[in-house]
Design a protein around this ligand. Structure first.
Ligand code: ADP
Ligand code: MG
Length: 254
């Protein structure tokens, strides 16, 4: 059998090559080289202001990059493209923000089914069926006809996850999805994320939840001042971080 053809497990879902980004003269990302394999769960951690949000936002092109390249399943995300093409590409990269960003005037069901109908052209009945299934999966089957304002923060964030999943993205990005939540709601969101990871979703998560990182991540990326200073297994990272800045970061958490 030929060994030159990579198995799907070996395919790189996301690859960042020499990615640099500046705001004016200020470099925020410095020569980032990293990849995420299919099914891999990566947790990005690092101090505040180190570039975590900027990094993750370049992946669905909410931020432009200054140089380098980013590919999703081999396709250049930062190539010139029309707005429609960019929207379609973005919809293939699920993004969950700290602030849930649901449409307040739409029901939960409409929030979840809207993009498949509008962007993908899925028939409304099929899109609603699927949305109901996803709401069931995040434990909110009974909230389909509620409005975001009637839900708790944890419930809204679970709707946001269902909404992203409705587009069947090959990868999900999370930027501090539990940071805006009251402590008692953090667990319900992390447990949805945990079950997604267990089902093989490729995930890139910025989070300060080190318990989640330890239990769920396949790899940790430690970022400081716009550079990935260390990538390691959670075990290696938490037990014996190599970079002095990572050592200090972990010491400060304790
Ligand atoms: P993190 O998510 O790790 O806290 P960010 O990616 O939000 O870090 O920010 C990295 C750096 O870039 C910070 O110094 C921040 O002040 C700066 N920054 C972020 N967004 C902008 C912007 N739109 N314009 C100028 N500077 C920005
Ligand atoms: Mg941030």
């Amino acid at each position: 059998m030929s060994t030159s053809i990579p198995s799907t497990q070996e395919l790189q879902t996301i690859r960042l090559s020499n990615v640099c980004k500046s705001y004016g003269d200020y470099p925020v990302l410095k020569d980032i080289d990293a990849e995420v394999s299919q099914g891999e769960v990566v947790v990005i951690c690092g101090p505040s202001g180190s570039g975590k949000s900027t990094l993750i936002r370049t992946i669905n092109r909410l931020e432009e990059i200054s140089s380098g390249s980013i590919t999703l399943e081999g396709r250049n995300i930062h190539a010139p493209m029309r707005a429609k093409e960019l929207n379609l590409l973005r919809s293939r990269i699920g993004f969950v923000f700290q602030s849930f960003n649901l449409f307040p005037h739409l029901s939960v069901l409409d929030n979840v089914s809207m993009s498949p109908i509008r962007v993908k052209g899925v028939a409304p009945d099929a899109a609603r069926d699927k949305a109901n299934k996803l709401l069931d999966r995040v434990g909110l089957a009974d909230k389909a006809h509620s409005y975001p304002g009637q839900l708790s923060g944890g419930q809204q964030q679970r709707v946001a996850i269902a909404r992203a999943l409705a587009m069947e993205p090959p990868v999900m990005l999370f930027d501090e999805p539990t940071s805006a939540l009251d402590p008692e709601m953090v667990g319900e969101v992390l447990s949805v994320m945990k079950s997604l990871a267990a089902e093989g979703m490729t995930m890139l998560c910025v989070t300060h939840e080190m318990g989640f990182a330890r239990d769920v991540a396949d790899r940790i990326w430690f970022i400081d001042a716009g550079q990935i200073l260390e990538t390691a297994s959670p075990e290696g990272f938490f037990k014996s971080p190599r970079h002095p800045r990572a050592q200090r970061f972990l010491a400060d958490l304790r």
